[in-house]
Design a protein around this ligand. Sequence first.
Ligand code: ACO
Length: 356
Amino acid sequence: RVEIKDWDKYKDVLESRLSIAKEFTRQIINKARFNPKKIVMAEGNYEKILRASQKIVEEGFATPVILGDEAEIKELADINNINLEGCEIIDPAKSDKLEEYAEQLFNQRQRKGMTKVEAKRRLIRITNYYGSMMVLNGEADCMLTGFSRSYPESVKPFLETVPLQKDYKVPSGSYFMVFKENIVLCADTTVNIDPDAEQLAEIALQSTETWKKFDTDAKIAMLSFTNFGSVRIPRTKKVSDAMKMVKEKHPELIIDGDMQADTATYPPIAQDAFPFSAIQGDANTLVFPNLEAGNIAYKLLYRLGGGTAIGPILQGFCKSVHVLQRGSDVNEIVNMAAIAVVDAHYKEQHKDEICK
Ligand code: ACO
C-alpha cells in the first residue's frame, strides 16, 4: 500500500481546484437561467439522462424535451425515483411531426444517397435525426446527445443536417480546462483529424466565439513543437499561416504562433526570448495543430494535470447542438446543458450575422 505523504496538502489543492470549477459552472448555469430554453435530450432511455433532466428543471435554466418511448421513460424514472415534472416527453415514432420531418430530412439528403423510404421508415425515428429536425424547426432551442454512442456516430447526424455558420467550412470541438489559477480553452479536441491552415484558422475563430459567449476575450496561441519558425517545414508553416489568416480577417484579435505550449502558458519564456509576441505566456486559448495533439493534451491535462474538463463544446454550427462525452456523469450532463443554453442565447442574438 502506498502511503501518500502530506496528503492534506494535496487534498487542499485538489479541493480548491474543484471549487474553482464549481464556481465556473455555477456562473454558466446562472447565465443560462437568465433566459431558459427548450433542450432536446436525445437519449431518454438512460437513467443518468433522466436524472440530469430532473436537475435541469430544478436549476430552472431549461425545459428538457426527452426523446424516446414514453412508457419506457416513465418506468425508468419510477424505478429510479426520478421526478420528470417540468420535462416533456416525445416519442418520435408516435409524433404527429414524423411525416413532415421525414420529408424535410429526405429533401436535405436526397442527393446524398438517402431514399424517401429510408428517411421515413428508419432514420427519422432515430432520436438524433428527429432531435436535429426539432432544433432546425425551432421546436427546441438546443440539443444534447452522445451519452450512449461514440463521438463520431453522434456527431454525424449534425454534420449531415445542421448548417454551419456562414463563415465556416468545418465545425470543431473544445474543452474548458479549469485550473486553480486559470481557465484555458483547448481546441480542436474532438472533430478535425488533420486540419489544414484554413481549417485551423476557423478553429481559432470558433474558439474566440466560445469565449465571447462567456463575456471573455480570447488570447489565442497557435501551438506547435516550434517557436516562431524555429523549424520551417510544411506542418509548422501551416500553423503560422493559420495565425496570419486570422490576423488578416480580424486584426483586433490577440493571436500568435507558431509557438510551443510552454511559451503559450508560462510568462518567463516569452519575456526572455520572445518579447515581440502578442502572447506573453498568458494565452487562454490553445489551438492544437491536429486532433492527436489536441485530444491527447486535454486528456493529460485532465488526468495528470489536475484540470477539470468542461465540454466537449461543439463550435461552428448555426444551431446549439452538442455531443456529450460517452458515459458522462449527471453533473457533466447538467453543465453541458447549461453551455448549450448559453450557446443558444448567442445564436439567437447573432442569427442574422452568423447564419445564411
Ligand atoms: N467538417 C465539415 N463537414 C464534415 C467534416 C468536417 N470535419 N467531416 C465530415 N463532414 C461532413 C461530410 O462532408 C458529409 O457531409 P455530406 O454527407 O452532406 O456531404 C458528412 O459530414 C458525413 O460525412 P462522413 O464522410 O460520413 O463523415 P466522416 O466519416 O468523415 O466522419 C467525423 C466525420 C466523424 C467527424 C470524423 O472525421 C471523425 O471520426 N473525427 C474524429 C472524431 C473523434 O474520434 N474524436 C475524438 C474522440 S471525442 C472525445 O474524446 C470526447
